[in-house]
Design a protein around this ligand. Sequence first.
Ligand code: ADP
Ligand code: MG
Ligand code: MG
Length: 917
Amino acid sequence: MAKKTTVKKSKSSGKAGKYVYFFGGGKADGNGAMKPLLGGKGAGLAEMSRIGLPVPPGFTITTDVCTYYYGHKRTYPSSLRAQMQAGLASIERLTGKKFGDVGNPLLVSVRSGARDSMPGMMDTILNLGLNDQTVEALSKKTGNARFAWDCYRRFVQMYGDVVLGVQKRPDEDHEPFEVVIERLKHERYHKDIEDTRLTPEDLQELVRRFKALVKDRSGRDFPASPWDQLMGAVGAVFGSWMNDRAIVYRRKYNIPSEWGTAVNVQAMVYGNTGDTSGSGVAFTRNPANGVKEFYGEFLINAQGEDVVAGVRTPEPVAELKRQMPAAYQKLEGIRQVLEKHFKDVQDFEFTIEEGVVYMLQTRNGKRTAMAALKISMDLYKEKLIDWKTAVMRNPADQLDQLLAPVFDVAEAAKAPTIATGLPAGPGAASGQIYLNADRAVAAANRKEQVLLVRVETSPEDLRGMIAAEGILTARGGVSSHAALVARQMGKVCVCGAGALEVDYQARTVKAGGKTYKEGEWLSIDGTAGKVFAGRVKTAPSEIVAGLIEGNAAAKQTEKFKSFQQLMKWCDTAARMSVRTNADTPEQTRNAIAFGAVGIGLCRTEHMFFEGNRIDAMREMILAETLESRKAALAKLLPYQRDDFAGIFRALKGYPATIRFLDPPLHEFLPHTPDQQADLSKKIGVPVEKIHLRVEQLHEFNPMLGLRGCRLGIDYPEISEMQARAVFEAAAIVQKEGIKVRPEVMIPLVGFKKEFDLQLEIVHRVAKEVQAERKVKLSYLVGTMIEIPRGALTADEIAQTAEFFSFGTNDLTQTGLGMSRDDSGSFLPHYAELEIVKKNPFATIDDSGVGQLVSIAVEKGRATRPGLKLGICGEHGGDPDSIRFFEKVGLDYVSASPFRIPVARLAAAQAALSAKRG
Ligand code: ADP
Ligand code: MG
Ligand code: MG
């Protein structure tokens, strides 16, 4: 914003003892870059004055005064009074009016203004300076008694409410001032009429009753002296900085209380003088879809927040063109000036007094992801911003809104919300509900649109999740199994919708007093976390249709082209590359279509759940001898080889990091008697034996038990089979003329020796396969750094490991000693108490777990300077975490396929802001 100024960050800077900054008449003491000192509103008003926009004159009392106020038992610096008087005198000079004058009285507004607008702060007070004498003067001067008394009525009401604290008591249903208005309307008109129809006499009577109400409730007379009114209002603004609402808000958004608020005192302009006046709020472009059009609303004969208060229905700003063409032309000109100057969409507030336009506020407009994309492209084309700024203007954490299928807006508004949960997989989905995977798959085979509803999901449900349009769970957080899989598959998902009662026995879901049977329709909004009754219509995003489905029409859309342009810029800007977490050729293809340049994590165990592979897997686990285990593994080999070959083909030469078997074995076993009997029949092992083995494999703490490389160390034949599958697939695909770059990754390594034992197997099998198949393969063997010991001894491990991939899910679990799956019971409370600022399983705990990453990076690269470093935990798709990974110098991040665009954008932004310092 604006040009660089010499204002230092430290608040005690600025001219010593200057507490009041004037603006008006085409000049200002401050400017737009002084938000810390003047607050957002004050800085905006100063900047608009400087560039010649019609801003009513006024002054800003700085945030330093707020700091002083709290540092000195709620008193003011001694020079404040004189500076405020000087400010008022300047306003008087420019307006030709006088504060408290009984000829031509000056009225002012008193407005709070923190750096960013902050709910919880004192509401604005308008028309300050009115009393029984000045109101008559205003009436005479304007020849408009109705207007004068309307101002007075509003002032006493606002001041009584926000400064004198005359508010609804706990035992009251309505605001006391509103009750007084209602009563008068009914006494005099016997019905509810619009405020604009109240006569001067009515308003005069209201003022009388309001003052009586104030006296009654506060025990004080309403202050008549304009100066007392002003100091009372200023004190109320500073006082509101420490009210409960403001404190809670600051805590939530991490705003330090030292920032303080500023106070703006500004000459009133009047939108309530009659039908040639009005007030409104507008955006320089449409903030919902980004279209370059004047967007906003206004109300004729209205003041202040009437527009947003919803008492009368405002009209679209385009209507002004008809009703007040000259004012519209003026605003249209201002709209251009604002964009040219601020080089971004502005959200502004204006008032029209007798046809003359005044500006009362401007700030950068909040916008949807879709609008952000279009606006950034358009501003670039209009040469208002460069491409790097365009990249920065798209919020990374919102980008996946663009990929999600969408609900028809009107339909969603009509549908009843029956529960809310966590928005775990963005997008919209509706389907017939099924409560288990088998029935969900069967229904999908019948061509039904399916919504899988579970209390929570486990790997057993995977087939059902694949078959479903969307996944809904009653329990679990954004990093629960359901959420993780949903993101990886790009499925719409709402999890932890606690209001749902899922009854597996009765096959029903109860919510909001209603019961939904299997086969009935529900709809979920995974962007907002909402569950709707019934079927709400959806459509796929053009970006997905174009990239994944190859839909030619979609590729011609502006949204698609803009998205592709943005991604191209991201590649130019980013230092880190982006890989994907993918287990199937289809996921791999999707990820590459989204711009991934390899696989950062291929979880081989997911491959063992499909079809009858699970039977061979279970046979292997239940095997009691090496021979029988090898026999079962031999059945699995062709499946794995085919899977890897498919993935290598889909990768078209990009590298694939393949992780060897990781989860505890019991996850693969059948747990119910029915399932055990079923398996017994299939593989011919007595059911008692199966039962016994399941018992044997039970672990007290499976997350820390026999898993990861410990499996491959206890059962080297498993690693051998996996290595063989990798290299045979590589040989096959390489012979087809496709480049293959396997990177074998050993999980859960804490000791160098663990890695070396597995490394020996991988090299041996690679050698065998290359000899058998007469090919030369190039491959890497590396490890996952996911337990603290691995990170701390990274220098040793890097002697033999050729790459590290940080498994930040487990590194967070083991680093914090906190199980992700159990954290749901205490993490919310931790967040409330601010023990953790953000969920550490979603955003990396940079000072703790992040330190383990830094140490491993440093130690690893000290041993092996070219060591390739990546991250494959869920954090790889989180913009805040990606900023951290840029800082520590990783080579790539890996994210689930539908998260790839977010990761590319975040990586680009991290690199750009690192360069900017
Ligand atoms: P908020 O922080 O809630 O946006 P503002 O301080 O912007 O509060 O005030 C709300 C509204 O009051 C403004 O949009 C404007 O319509 C009106 N307002 C504030 N100051 C003046 C003024 N000096 N003259 C006329 N209207 C004003
Ligand atoms: Mg407000
Ligand atoms: Mg405002």
